[in-house]
Design a protein around this ligand. Sequence first.
Ligand code: PLP
Ligand code: COI
Length: 364
Amino acid sequence: MASATPSFALERSAQPVAVAERAKLLADPGFGRVFTDHMAVVRYSDAKGWHDAKITARKPISLDPAAAVLHYAQEIFEGLKAYRLADGTLAMFRPDANARRFNASAERLAMPKLPEETFLESIRQLVRVDRDWFPTVEGGSLYIRPFMFASEAFLGVKPSSEYLYLVIISPVGGYFKSGAPAVSLWISQHYTRAAPGGTGAAKCGGNYASSLVAQAEASKHGCDQVVFLDAAEHRWVEELGGMNVFFVFKDGSLQTPPLGGTILPGITRNSLMTLARDEGLTVREEPYSIDQWRADAASGKLTEAFACGTAAVVTPIGTVKSPDGEFKIGAGGPGQTTSRIKQKLVDIQRGAAPDPHGWVSRID
Ligand code: PLP
Ligand code: COI
C-alpha cells in the first residue's frame, strides 16, 4: 500500500496563462468559469491503494469510454474557499470539515476513503503553487473543488476498483449573477431532491444532475434558486438546489431544517448556528412547512430568511414563488439579523475578527 500521507510531486505548467491575461480574468471572474494553471491528482487502485500524488498542469483528462463514472455516476465532490486575510496570508475555512464530509460521501457511494491529511495537503500544495491567481475583485476568493470519480473501464454495476481524485481551483467573485440584494426562490412542487435512505446527505454529482430540471423550472419563473420539499409529504422545507436555508423570527430566534439524511450537512450552516448561539440567540433545528412559512411571512412572525453555503456565503431571500402564488419576506430585501450574522462569518473567514473556534487554517 502507498503511504497515507503522500508527498506531492510538482510538475509546473510549461504554458501558464500570461500575466496580463490573468490580471484581466481576475478583475471580474464571476463564478466557476476561470481556472488556475495547475491541478492536484492522486490515483487509487484496489491493488496499490492511493498513489502517484502530484501537482501538475491543469489539462483535459483522458478516460476510457467504459469508465464507470460515465455510466453509473460514481462521483463525489467538495467545495471550499481560500480567503486572503488582512495580513495578506491565504487561509482556508474549516477544511477539516470538508475532509470529513468527503469521506462520508465516499462511504455512501461505496468509494475508498481518502486519508484526511492527503485531502488537506493536496489543497495546501495546490493553493501555494497557484497563489498568484487570487482575484482582485472586491470580495473575491479561491473556490477549491476537490472531487473523486470511478475510472475503471467496466460496465458491470459494482463499485469501481480504480478512482481518480483531483483538485481544481476557480478564482471567484459572487455566486449570483444578478448581484441583487436578495434572491427569489421557486418552490418545486413536483420534483424532490432526496428521500430517506437516498443520497441527499452526500455531496455526489447525481444529486445535482437530478436537481437541474427543477432549477430550470425556477429560472423559467424568473427565480434564482429552487426550494426542495420533502419526498414523503411535499410539505416540509428541506434545502435549496445548492444551499441550506434559515428562517429568522420576530422574537429574534432562528430555525433551520434538521439534518436527517436528506439534506447536505452544510459547513456554513453549522458555523452560523454556532455564531448565532455565541450571540445568545435561540437556534432550532426543526421542520418548517411551506404553509407555515407563507403564514408567518404574512403575519409578520417571520421577518427574514436566508440561504447559506460556501458559494453563496449568506444570501438574503426576498421573494418565494410557487404555482399557488408568491409571498415576500419582510420588506423583500436584506434584514438586520441576516446582515449581522453574515458580517460575523465573513470577518472570521477574512481574518478581520478573532477566530474563537479555530476555523481558519493558514496556508503559509
Ligand atoms: N446544500 C447543498 C445542496 C449544497 O450544494 C451546498 C454547498 O456546498 C450546501 C447545502 C452548503 O454547504 P456548505 O456550507 O458546506 O458549502
Ligand atoms: C458550494 O457552495 O460549494 C456548492 O457546491 C454549491 C454549488 C451551487 C456551487
